[in-house]
Design a protein around this ligand. Structure first.
Ligand code: CP
Ligand code: NVA
Length: 311
């Protein structure tokens, strides 16, 4: 039995298998073929933070696969009133086949997984957002910006906060072997432990990881430019300071003009125009952004089928 807690636990080969399964099921779905890969399987979805995409994509995904999704908000279940994680994990995993959790600390997710009898999927923590990266990777492949056989041809620039998305990009790049440049303001760099782990893995894969405080340096000739909100869930009180500190880090047309002419712009969403991205850049790139959002559904169907394949 495997959990999907962060991409560090997954090899390039496994990531490729999940993505390929996602593509296969996407093609079937587009042709209105709904094979019951997960017939009667029950997916519990625990949310300790808000969500639009993650909730809809997992719920629709499991239903289209012939199973059933159960939405559990921590506002409504006993977990939110202090029932221990390890008890919640033992109870829920005795009744369902698969669990997705969106929570705060990675340690909370890991504790849940430790006590769960069924696979646990990370639906976002403060540390990382691996299911989002599966969708991002699928989108890069569809727009011919990434090829598993030629990873070194791809340059991705991540501009903004060294948050869960930036951490996840660093792990993905190091695993797959592409070039990633992360530009953050001083004091907002990515998690030090993740950085060191990614640098170590990069040595084996040949990935190039560059960390800078200069967005222009990061974006130069990039194939893909990406960003994320400056104020993640749980950081609402820091908004004023963050908006001040992130001055100069908005992805606007001037910054995008430094990337390759046909560069993609990706955003995990929700997007805040006038902060991490300008309205102009967002609308110009809305095709790939919303394809990326839709790919959450397809990539996660691939992931769920992959995790359940021998169970
Ligand atoms: N990108 C993402 O995870 O969106 P939600 O917060 O809406 O789930
Ligand atoms: N960094 C953001 C991602 C939202 C999908 C957050 O954690 O709120």
């Amino acid at each position: 039995m495997r959990h999907f807690l962060w991409l560090i636990d997954y090899s390039k080969k496994e990531i490729k298998e999940i993505i390929e399964l996602g593509f296969k099921i996407k093609k079937e779905t587009k042709n209105k073929i709904f094979k019951p890969y997960l017939k009667y399987k029950q997916l519990a979805m625990i949310f300790e933070k808000s969500s639009t995409r993650t909730r809809v994509s997992f719920e629709v995904g499991i239903n289209q696969l012939g199973g059933n999704g159960i939405f559990l908000s921590s506002r409504d279940i006993q977990l939110g009133r202090g029932e221990p994680v390890k008890d919640t994990a033992r109870v829920i995993s005795s009744m369902v086949d698969l669990i997705m959790i969106r929570t705060f600390g990675q340690d909370r997710l890991e504790e849940f997984a430790k006590y769960s009898r069924v696979p646990v999927i990370n639906g976002l923590t403060d540390l990382c957002h691996p299911v989002q990266l599966l969708a991002d990777l699928m989108t890069m492949i569809e727009f011919k910006k990434f090829d598993f056989e030629n990873p070194k041809k791809t340059i991705v620039a991540y501009i903004g906060d060294g948050n869960n998305m930036a951490n996840s990009w660093a792990i993905l790049a190091s695993k797959l072997g592409f070039e990633l440049r992360i530009a953050t303001p001083k004091g907002y760099e990515i998690d030090e432990e993740i950085k060191n782990k990614a640098l170590l893995i990069a040595k084996e894969s040949g990935a190039k990881l560059i960390f800078t405080n200069d967005p222009k340096e990061a974006v130069k000739d990039a194939d893909v430019v990406t960003t994320d909100t400056w104020v993640s869930m749980g950081q609402e009180d820091e908004k004023e300071k963050r908006v001040r500190d992130f001055k100069g880090f908005e992805v606007d047309s001037e910054l995008m003009s430094l990337a390759k002419k046909d560069a993609l712009f990706l955003h995990c969403l929700p997007a805040y125009r006038g902060y991490e991205v300008s309205e102009e850049v967002f609308e110009k790139h809305s095709k790939e952004i919303f394809q990326e959002a839709e790919n959450r559904l397809h990539a996660q169907k691939g992931l769920m089928v992959w995790l359940m394949r021998n169970l």
